[in-house]
Design a protein around this ligand. Sequence first.
Ligand code: ADP
Ligand code: ADP
Length: 227
Amino acid sequence: VSGIDIRNVTHTYGGRDGRGVTALDNINLDIKDCEFHALLGPSGCGKSTLLYLIGGFLPLQEGGIITPKGPVKGPGPDRSIVFQNFALFPWKTVEDNVLYGLKKAKIAPEERARKAQEYIDLVHLTGFEKSYPSQLSGGMQQRAAIARTLAIDPRILLMDEPFGALDAQTRRVMQEELRAIWQRSPKTVVFVTHDVQEAVFLADRISIMSARPGRIAHVIDVDLPKE
Ligand code: ADP
Ligand code: ADP
């Protein structure tokens, strides 16, 4: 497997008594190596659940997910995620949050400071290196979280509505930056959004999902030029 192979994945929350929520109902999807894939659909269709299963943050109940590193059994250094709620360490500065990610990714110590600065600049947080998350706006925190994950340069990049807290103009700038990063350093990206325009602008392929139970209704190729 060179991309992500998702086979017969079903996921139920609060089950056992037969009244659980079937968040995902028999999902089958092949995401190609270095593909930019969007999971698009209304709230509650299981986008986050599928993303977390790929990341290994939720235990698989039924079916299998295989990546180049083998079957997903839990989180791994090949997969890195930008959570919807940022998940920055509040007791660390922007710079230390990014450095923490680099350390976890086992980047050589002498390279970390340079890389941290590069990605802080990239998300336009230059000058806020020493700020704590509580001193920043929601959008700035979101950009810091994006920098922390992108700096690790994972083989598989997972993003859960990473631009949700940004104003329209910043969102477009960040979308363009993300696309540029992906072109410079190709990687498999799985991106959750409920924004059709964002999916079309960013993705090579889009899984359109429907809810109750969560299913993939269509997978479409996007042939629009991105430049
Ligand atoms: P999306 O990301 O598309 O909004 P989710 O994956 O978050 O969808 O949720 C899919 C379904 O599973 C929804 O009906 C949601 O209410 C339900 N769900 C999600 N997380 C939990 C949970 N921890 N416990 C119970 N139900 C959940
Ligand atoms: P490092 O490897 O850089 O020490 P850690 O994640 O292990 O990174 O911890 C970073 C620092 O944050 C440590 O000093 C730790 O004691 C502190 N820390 C960990 N969890 C919390 C918390 N919930 N609240 C405040 N400080 C914490």
